[in-house]
Design a protein around this ligand. Sequence first.
Ligand SMILES: [Fe+2]
Ligand SMILES: [Fe+2]
Length: 197
Amino acid sequence: MAATHTAKAATSSRSKATTSAKGSKSKSAHPKEEEGKLKEFFHDEIKDIYWAEKKLVQTLPKLAKAATSEELRDAFTNHLEETKEHVSRLEQVFELLGEKAQAKKCDAMEGITEEGASVIEDTEDGTATRDVALVLAGQKAEHYEIATYGGLAQIAKTLGLDEIASLLETTLQEEKNADATLTSLAEGSINDDATEE
Ligand SMILES: [Fe+2]
Ligand SMILES: [Fe+2]
């Protein structure tokens, strides 16, 4: 194998290049400057879902506390643990991107969680109707996350960020499972129980 040049030619005089150097493009542009608009957009969206996940860590205990049935309470509690993992997985993503973890307010998740709080106010404690409302609120959050992680994993692949794509896909699968659990609870008993109230 040919030896690779690991050292740049010694620069005896490090004079400041003040000339405009028309027609000669610099080879040593900073990588940050070469990042495209798509990567910038991707970073912003990661900050957005990071905010959303942290918001869910605060919200899921409230949903669990408000639930009437034990199964629904358990479903929210289990997903709370997964959601904490989603937060730390995103912190790994920031690390892989070489950035500090940073949250940017997600208006969509703010609205979804506000709606969750209002269904608790609008339904009676200890009823199956309360659980129907909580399942619906929970599924709205899961569907937002499924759409987000599905899209972001695809963008990560497009950008050649395979390790990040696989982290996002792991979370995506857990969001799908959480959604399926809520569906089976609704179909299994909760909705029927509520028709008797
Ligand atoms: Fe999540
Ligand atoms: Fe989730």
